[in-house]
Structures are given as structure tokens and as C-alpha cells.
Design a protein around this ligand. Structure first.
Ligand code: FE2
Length: 293
């Protein structure tokens, strides 16, 4: 396929005008991105003979799907792709090592309660008791005191506080400052995996692709410490039917962790290894918009 019409002078001029390249106003970066994305879509429409009908069906689907775009993105691999791009950038800069990153997902909430060393996460739900704990270390294995370990996970029914109105404010969310031994510990209940909202746009899209919309039981982490690169990751609990079949592609082998029963409490032991920051911006998480609680 050669996209002859898209490559014609007429359409190239149209694309330049669409992206505002014929004026001196606006934001050059946005213009560059819009020019490229619209051009790539024109090419796809031409190459694949996307009909007018298909185009408008697609557009109306996206309009209806707007509230779920943050779920559709991981479902289509965009979140994992960004991880792979950041891994490659780290490799190029000689900054490999440490616990692997994986996707943040859309359900982090700022301002969760802060505790020193250990925390019992807010909950008003009965569930299977769980403790998630470990040591934050540098790459030589030395513990990092005063690291900030932010944890968030779903309820036993797969809901997240601040998104599922049946859950208390900051339920299953906490921020723990490691003790002098680099240790953190959170007492909570075992989260459940979850599926995309039934009847929603993500589910409808995945069905068209012959896919499911399930995630395995998992626990999210942000870890930050002075002098170290911010780490966004999550662990998947071993043994979940979806541990290696996550619709959001977040599973990484090093991030699959066993839950071991100790006197009726599931113990999830996860030590994390942090990489030295090169500059102060490395210590910060990405600037994506996030909900504040
Ligand atoms: Fe999650």
C-alpha cells in the first residue's frame, strides 16, 4: 500500500494547515504531534480502505468511550509500551538495574495517610487478612531508610476507593516511610483481580478483539527516596488465573510474588531495589494528571 492520495500535494498541504503549520501561533510541539498523528491516521484510512461508515462508527465509539479511555489505553498496550520505551531510554543512558517498573494504571489517589514503618490500611470490609512487607534497598543491597512506599490495591471485590463509592475514603491506600532497616509493612486484606466495567466500552472493544478485560490480583507501588530514581511498579499475586494473562499487560516475571499462608494471614514479601538518580528530576514521578483525595 502506498497511500498515494495522502502523499499528494493537496493532502500534504491540508495536513500542514490542519496542524497550523501555516501560522506562527500556538504550540510547536502540539503542532508537530497533531501533524504526525493525523497524517498517520489518513494513511491508515487510505491503506486499509476504511469506509466512511467505519470511520464514523469508530468516532462515535470513541465519543461514547471517553470516560473509559484511561482503561482502553492499557488494554491497547499503550501503558506497557511506555514502560518499554522508558526501559530502552534507561538502557541507553546506562541506568539499568533495580526492580522493574510496570504500569501505574489510572486509579492512584494523592494524599493517602502517611505512617512510619508500618500501616494498617483503612478498610471497613471483612476479607482474607494480608500483610505486604519488605525492604527497600539500593543496588548493593544496603537498606534505604526514610524511603516513601505508597501502596494502593483493590478490595476483595476488585473495587478501588474514590472510584467505588461503596468503599471508605482512602481504603486500601497508604504511604509508609521505611524504618532505619529500610523496612515497610502494610496490614490489609487480600485484593481481588477485577474486570473492566460490565457493559462498558472497554469490554465491548475487547470483545471485538476476541479478548477478555480481566486483571489478576495485584498491589501497586510508588517508591521514592532522596537520591534514587522514582519507581512505579506493581506486583501480581502468583496463582491467580490471570497472573500471566493480564488485559493491561502489566505482568513482568520479576513482579510475580507468592502469597504464603502464615497462621491464616497471607504474607506477601516484596523487597524492592532502587537505582541511583542522576539528577533531581529522576526522583520525581511522571507529571501525568492524578486524582487528589
Ligand atoms: Fe490496579
Amino acid at each position: 500500500m502506498s497511500a498515494n492520495i495522502t502523499n499528494s500535494g493537496e493532502i500534504q498541504t491540508l495536513l500542514n494547515n490542519v496542524a497550523g503549520l501555516n501560522n506562527a501561533d500556538g504550540d510547536p510541539r502540539i503542532k508537530e504531534i497533531v501533524r504526525r498523528i493525523v497524517s498517520d491516521l489518513f494513511t491508515a484510512i487510505e491503506d486499509l480502505d476504511i469506509t466512511e461508515s467505519e470511520f464514523w462508527h469508530g468516532l462515535h465509539f470513541m465519543q461514547a468511550a471517553a470516560p473509559e479511555l484511561i482503561l482502553i489505553a492499557p488494554g491497547l498496550g499503550f501503558d506497557h509500551f511506555q514502560d518499554v520505551l522508558m526501559d530502552a531510554a534507561d538502557e541507553k543512558a546506562g541506568q539499568t538495574g533495580g526492580t522493574p517498573r510496570t504500569i501505574e494504571g489510572p486509579l492512584y489517589v494523592e494524599n493517602a495517610p502517611v505512617s512510619n514503618g508500618e500501616a494498617t490500611l483503612v478498610s471497613d470490609e471483612e476479607g482474607d487478612p494480608m500483610q505486604v512487607f519488605g525492604v527497600i534497598k539500593d543496588e548493593q543491597g544496603a537498606p534505604i531508610a526514610n524511603a516513601k512506599v505508597e501502596i494502593w490495591h483493590a478490595s476483595k471485590d476488585g473495587g478501588y476507593s474514590h472510584f467505588d463509592p461503596s468503599l471508605k475514603e482512602f481504603a486500601f491506600r497508604g504511604s509508609i516511610i521505611t524504618n532505619e532497616h529500610g523496612e515497610y509493612r502494610a496490614t490489609s486484606i487480600m485484593p481481588s483481580g477485577y474486570a473492566c466495567p460490565p457493559g462498558g466500552s472497554t469490554e465491548a472493544m475487547l470483545k471485538q478483539l476476541g479478548r477478555h478485560g480481566n486483571r489478576p490480583a495485584h498491589i501497586h507501588f510508588f517508591v521514592s527516596a532522596s537520591g534514587y530514581k522514582h519507581l512505579t511498579t506493581q506486583i501480581n499475586i502468583a496463582g491467580d488465573p490471570y497472573t500471566f494473562d493480564d488485559f493491561a499487560f502489566a505482568t513482568r516475571d520479576e513482579l510475580v510474588v507468592d502469597a504464603n499462608d502464615v497462621d491464616g494471614v497471607a504474607h506477601v514479601n516484596f523487597d524492592l531495589s532502587m537505582v541511583k538518580a542522576v539528577d533531581a528530576s529522576d526522583e520525581q514521578r511522571s507529571g501525568r494528571p492524578r486524582m487528589a483525595g
